[in-house]
Design a protein. Structure first.
Length: 459
């Protein structure tokens, strides 16, 4: 019978999980702080540990490396009430097998335990790296399950010497992912250099990347070092890598294979220790099929692939993104815009955002610049977004001119909106999904994230 140890300062949660897991044929012990958990672990030698990330005294995140060192064969599943990228990455870098948010979905936990024990049985090693204190730089926002998966992958690959291909539509934040990988890696103190592969003509781009000798082409009046030479032990981020010409593709392949290159007009071989991260918003596999992109380079670039979801597929992140972007824009423009009108929020939640996060930022920047008060109203956003308002009868169940509502956070407003839609449909999930414009799995996640429980009369 597998032995499980639960360490969580939430006594009620501990006992609930213990009772459930005991019915699944596990021997389960509980502790309510890290020190007690360590003492209990020495006695029972657990096969798996469920560890809360934040507790009074020593936190689970601080203790994670010790548990991984003392019990290397025991997978650790981290649980937390927090939704931030930094703790997710730090937990995965600390050696956690899985990362689950409260309130805990029992099915998700059961699946995580089953997978972890199966991997242990097959003797698959978990990646063990240390926590990083530079994770606040270029922090990303996202509580959707898709972004949580992105954060987990960042934590797992950051310190591994592998090439990462970041895919996603324009404006989804691919460079932010690259910066997060760089900052969480052992190269975090070294340069991070971004190169837009579509911004320069071939000769200038080749020179920018690899450098050139004096007189090697018209206008080359002096020798110039390329970014691969200057970056040395840092990170090179190649944005829009699918736009590279065949000549530069060949030189990049040499860098990936041999860790060396030659400047334009020179036979000199220069070694480079730079790590390469690449991004594209096109399907490189199709480009390979059509002969526009080298197949060998494609496979060298996509050792690990991270796909960034478009904003329309993670609408639950929009409110958090608005809050973070508003704070940054207020500082840049020296404004104090603190609220969005109800109809503006509703329009944002139902708009498809073809330009993704970049478009959201641009819309907010324009609105903040033109806003005469402390509240962004619908007339300050683009017509394409504001035209969604004729459907307001379908979308909105939030009354206008509510003074109490104006004092709520954007997150609270979203929660209130969901509750009112549910109430208006008598908690009919299908109708609620249609009105909110979300799928059933997304609605379930929203209810779980906001701790919204169905009244007994509707069960």
């Amino acid at each position: 019978m597998p032995k499980l140890l639960i360490i969580d300062d939430d006594v009620a949660s501990c006992r609930t999980l213990q009772l459930h897991l005991m019915t699944q044929d596990f021997e389960v012990q509980t502790a309510y702080d890290v020190e007690s958990g360590m003492n209990l672990a020495r006695q029972m030698q657990p096969d798996l540990i469920i560890l809360d990330i934040s507790m009074p005294g020593r936190s689970g995140l601080e203790a994670l490396p010790d548990f991984r060192q003392d019990y290397p064969d025991a997978p650790v599943i981290m649980i937390t009430a927090f939704q931030d990228m930094e703790s997710t990455i730090a937990a995965m870098q600390g050696g956690a097998t899985e990362y689950i948010h409260k309130p805990i979905d029992i099915n998700e936990l059961d699946n995580a335990i089953s997978c972890a024990l199966e991997r242990q049985k097959n003797k698959h090693d978990n990646i063990k790296v240390t926590c990083n204190d530079r994770l606040n730089k270029n922090s990303m926002v996202g509580k959707s399950w898709m972004m949580k998966e992105v954060f987990k992958t960042i934590g797992l690959v950051a310190k591994q010497p592998v090439t990462v291909l970041i895919t996603g539509e324009s404006g989804t934040g691919k460079e932010l992912v690259a910066k997060a990988i760089h900052n969480a890696s052992n190269r975090g103190e070294q340069p991070f250099v971004a190169i837009n592969c579509a911004a320069l003509v071939e000769t200038l781009l080749e020179s920018d990347m690899f450098g050139h000798e004096k007189g090697s082409f018209t206008g080359a009046v002096n020798r110039q070092q390329g970014k691969f030479e200057l970056t040395r032990g840092g990170t090179i981020f190649l944005d829009e890598v699918g736009e590279l010409s065949p000549i530069i593709q060949a030189k990049l392949l040499r860098v990936l294979q041999e860790k060396e290159f030659s400047p334009i007009g020179s036979s000199k071989v220069i070694k480079t220790g730079a790590r390469i991260l690449a991004a594209t918003n096109v399907n490189l596999q199709n480009a390979v099929t059509s002969g526009e992109f080298r197949e060998d380079l494609f496979y060298r670039l996509q050792v690990v692939t991270i796909d960034i979801p478009p904003l329309r597929e993670r609408r639950e992140d929009i409110i958090d993104l608005v809050q973070v972007l508003l704070s940054k824009i207020n500082k840049e423009l020296k404004k104090s815009i603190t609220r969005l009108s109800n109809e503006t929020i509703e329009a944002f939640m139902h708009y498809d955002w073809p330009g993704n996060v970049r478009e959201l930022k641009n819309v907010l920047t324009k609105a903040v610049a033109l806003c005469p008060s402390d509240t962004i109203t619908l007339d300050l956003v683009s017509q394409e977004i504001s035209q969604l308002q004729p459907n307001r009868k379908k979308m909105s169940f939030i009354e206008e001119d509510n003074d109490e509502l104006a004092l709520l956070s954007l997150e609270d407003i979203e929660k209130l909106h969901i509750i009112r839609v549910l109430e208006s449909t008598n908690w009919h999930k299908g109708k609620t999904c249609e009105i909110l414009g979300v799928s059933r799995p997304r609605l379930r996640r929203m209810l779980r994230n906001y701790h919204i429980r169905e009244p007994q009369e509707y069960n």
